[in-house]
Design a protein. Structure first.
Length: 94
């Protein structure tokens, strides 16, 4: 991955950026307690709707935990260019 950033407010969330022009994607890895999964999914739908308003947005894919493989929720956010991915990343930090 070209860059890594952690959310300042929650150390359980990791944020990775692949800004190579051929496949610009952000991966967000969340640890979500089982009793909070529905709340997380509701919030994720809201976030996905907001992300979709950014120029160059292509899609969001949500990967739930897969016991024995990974315990976290993994969200991939895809953009058409690395410039648009960087624009979204800078915008979400403000």
């Amino acid at each position: 991955m070209a860059g890594t950033m952690a959310y300042e407010s929650d150390p359980r969330i990791r944020f990775f950026i692949n800004s190579r022009e051929e496949s610009p994607v952000a991966l967000i890895v969340h640890h979500v307690a089982r009793h909070n999964e529905q709340k997380f999914l509701s919030a994720q739908r809201d976030v996905s709707e907001l992300v979709a308003t950014f120029p160059g947005y292509e899609r969001t894919v949500v990967f739930p935990p897969n016991p024995g493989v990974h315990e976290e929720w993994i969200i991939s956010v895809h953009f058409d260019t690395s410039a648009n991915l960087d624009r979204w990343r800078r915008g979400r930090l403000q």
